[in-house]
Ligand binder design. Structure first.
Ligand code: SF4
Length: 341
C-alpha cells in the first residue's frame, strides 16, 4: 500500500455508527470525518485510516545512548525514525514542534518512506538497530511493525522509545520483533498524568510490566521536573514499582529544561538527580543513571557487585567498555543484564 492514508489495524465498528480505535487507552470513538486525539488517525469512508503511515518527518543516525539505551549494544548506531503526531499533550514536551504538528495545524507532513527504504538506509549506515523515537511510536505503529517485519529478515533489530500509553494487542503483535523499549515513566501520580500530559498512569505501568513479561528488554526514563515530580516519596514509590517488575531494569533520571508550555521553572538542579539516583539504588535497582548531566559519573555503568566501572560514557559517547559478550563483569564475574551482542 502506498505511503499515507493507510488502513489502520486497531479499531472496531461500534453499534453507535462510530469507529472505535483500540490502539491506545484513550479509546477514541470517531464519527465519519473525525480524527482522534493524536491527530493522525481518522474515520474516512467507513475505515479507520493512519494518515501518517510512511510519512517520515525525521530520519537520523544516532548513537543508541542518545535514545537512551545503556544496556543495548553500547556504542552502536541506531537509525532513528519518526512521523508527526502523539497521543499525549505533555506541557514540557521537547519535541512539540513535530509531536503536536498534526493537532495544531491539521496537516500531516513527511517524506514518503516505505518500510523497505528505512531498512535499506539502516544497512547502508551500518546501524545495528532502527529506533522508533522522537515522537510517539504508538501512533505510527503500522509503519513500525512493517519496518520491524522487514528488518528482522535483513539482520537489523528494532527498538522503541515510547510513552507507554498503548493497549496490549499492538505490543503483542510485534511478535518478538521488538528487541528493546525505553518507556517514559513521567510521574507516579495519576494527577500528574491527567493534568500535565492528558493521559493516565496505570496503562503506562501496565505496559512496562507487559513488555518485560514478553521478553522485551526495558529501560525506563523519568524527566525530573522541579516541584512537579521530584519529591522523595514519589521517587521512592516509583523505584519500588520498578524493582517489583525487574530490579535489573535501568532507570534513567534526566534533567528538565524549560520548553513548550512549561517555562515557569528552571532546569533541574544536579543535586536533585544525584538524590534521586540514591533513592533508586536504595530501593534495590541495580542500574540508575543520570541524564543531561554531561560528564557525570552517573552516565557510566558500574558493576552492582564489586563497583568496578564497566562502561565509561561521556554524554552519548562510549569511552570504553569492559563487559564481555556474555554480559559479565571481568573483575568479579557478576552477570550484567542487557543485550551486549
Ligand atoms: S491512537 Fe489516536 S485515535 Fe487511537 S485511541 Fe489513541 S489518540 Fe485516539
Amino acid at each position: 500500500m502506498k505511503s499515507g492514508s493507510h488502513q489502520a489495524r486497531y479499531y472496531e465498528a461500534g453499534e453507535d455508527g462510530k469507529l472505535h480505535c483500540t490502539l491506545c487507552p484513550h479509546g477514541c470513538k470517531l464519527a465519519a470525518g473525525q480524527r482522534g486525539l493524536c491527530g493522525v488517525r481518522a474515520h474516512v469512508d467507513g475505515q479507520l485510516v493512519s494518515l501518517n503511515y510512511g510519512r517520515a518527518i525525521a530520519v537520523h543516525m544516532d548513537p543508541i545512548e542518545k535514545k537512551p539505551f545503556f544496556h543495548v549494544l553500547p556504542g552502536s548506531r541506531s537509525l532513528s525514525v519518526a512521523t508527526v503526531g502523539c497521543n499525549l499533550r505533555c506541557a514540557h514536551c521537547q519535541n512539540h514542534d513535530i509531536s503536536q504538528y498534526a493537532t495544531r495545524r491539521g496537516e500531516v507532513p513527511g517524506d514518503p518512506t516505505p518500510p523497505e527504504a528505512v531498512v535499506a538506509a539502516a544497512q547502508r549506515g551500518a546501524a545495528a538497530t532502527i529506533a522508533f523515537t522522537y515522537t510517539e511510536p504508538t501512533i505510527f505503529i503500522e509503519w513500525a511493525q512493517d519496518i520491524a517485519e522487514r528488518a528482522v529478515v535483513a539482520g537489523v533489530r528494532c527498538v522503541s522509545v515510547t510513552n507507554g500509553f498503548v493497549c496490549e494487542k499492538p505490543i503483542r503483535d510485534f511478535d518478538g520483533r521488538l528487541l528493546a523499549a525505553n518507556v517514559d515513566l513521567k510521574s507516579f501520580r495519576d494527577e500528574f498524568y491527567q493534568q500535565t500530559c492528558k493521559a493516565r498512569l496505570k496503562p503506562v505501568c501496565d505496559t512496562i510490566e507487559r513488555m518485560r513479561s514478553l521478553g522485551i528488554w526495558v529501560e525506563v526514563t523519568t524527566l525530573l521536573i522541579p516541584g512537579l515530580n521530584d519529591g522523595p516519596d514519589e521517587l521512592r514509590a516509583m523505584a519500588r514499582f520498578l524493582v517489583s517488575v525487574d530490579p535489573a531494569m535501568p532507570w534513567h533520571l534526566s534533567r528538565f529544561h524549560p520548553d513548550n508550555e512549561m517555562l515557569d521553572r528552571g532546569s533541574t538542579p544536579v543535586e536533585t538527580i544525584a538524590r534521586a539516583r540514591q533513592i533508586g539504588r536504595e530501593a534495590g535497582l541495580r542500574f540508575v543513571y543520570s541524564g543531561n548531566v554531561w560528564g557525570d559519573e552517573g552516565e557510566s555503568t558500574f558493576c552492582p557487585a564489586c563497583g568496578a566501572r564497566l562502561v565509561e560514557r561521556v554524554g552519548f559517547a562510549v569511552r570504553s567498555s569492559r563487559i564481555d559478550g556474555q554480559g559479565a563483569c571481568p573483575d568479579c564475574g557478576e552477570r550484567i543484564e542487557g543485550i551486549w551482542v
